[in-house]
Design a protein around this ligand. Structure first.
Ligand code: HEM
Length: 176
């Protein structure tokens, strides 16, 4: 996972988590400076997040969802171009292409490639299939994007990799 995600997580912990969680993060990083463009092993990043979650009295899935939600606020001033989309649905539809740009600065990055279905103009299906199984992060991100646009989104996930599904299927319905 590229360092920019670790940095964003550090900022999230600093702003939204307890002193114990902040201490756990500092312990895990051991004074190491995180470099945004460098690749960090997924196991290491997930171990850090799990440790911080437990210091904060939360489960891994809960903290991933909260981090995903907060990430949208964090990303907005830094990745303005993605936020040019006129609606949450359009923003999410652009996410496969947007994530490909990560590879322009890090060839080891393995950003997600979503498949989409568009059943109607206020619905979107996002299909996520990744060995990282970060579907809780997805949930938070989707909610954060909808909030950013002042929209409401109903999320159904009838198939989930964590529940033995081949992929996570996010069925989204937007309303204003
Ligand atoms: C401006 C907004 C966003 C930026 C700048 C961004 C950037 C990134 C970056 C740099 C990574 C790490 C890739 C890697 O190390 O291989 C990542 C991972 C990821 N992003 Fe985003 N992202 C954004 C929004 C979103 C949204 C809205 C979603 C979904 C709703 C999403 C879903 C994910 C997932 C699931 C991963 C983990 C990769 C995996 O599971 O294989 N991201 N993103």
């Amino acid at each position: 996972m590229v360092g920019v995600i670790v940095s964003a997580f550090g900022d999230f912990v600093g702003l939204k988590c307890s002193a114990a969680a902040q201490e756990a993060l500092a312990d895990k990083l051991g004074g190491q400076r995180v470099i945004a463009t460098q690749n960090y092993p997924d196991e290491m990043v997930l171990a850090i997040i799990a440790e911080v979650a437990s210091a904060d009295g939360k489960g891994l899935e809960q903290i991933l969802e909260e981090f995903g939600y907060d990430f949208v606020r964090w990303a907005q001033p830094r990745y303005k171009v993605f936020f040019a989309s006129p609606s949450a649905r359009d923003f999410l539809l652009g996410m496969t292409v947007a994530h490909q740009s990560v590879r322009s600065f890090n060839l080891e990055a393995a950003p997600p490639a979503f498949r989409y279905e568009q059943p109607s103009s206020d619905e979107l299906v996002m299909i996520y299939d990744s060995p990282r199984k970060l579907c809780s992060l997805m949930r938070g991100l989707i909610a954060g994007v909808a909030d950013h646009y002042g929209e409401r989104v109903a999320i159904r996930e009838p198939s989930c990799q964590k529940r033995g599904g081949k992929e996570c299927r996010f069925e989204l319905k937007f309303s204003h």
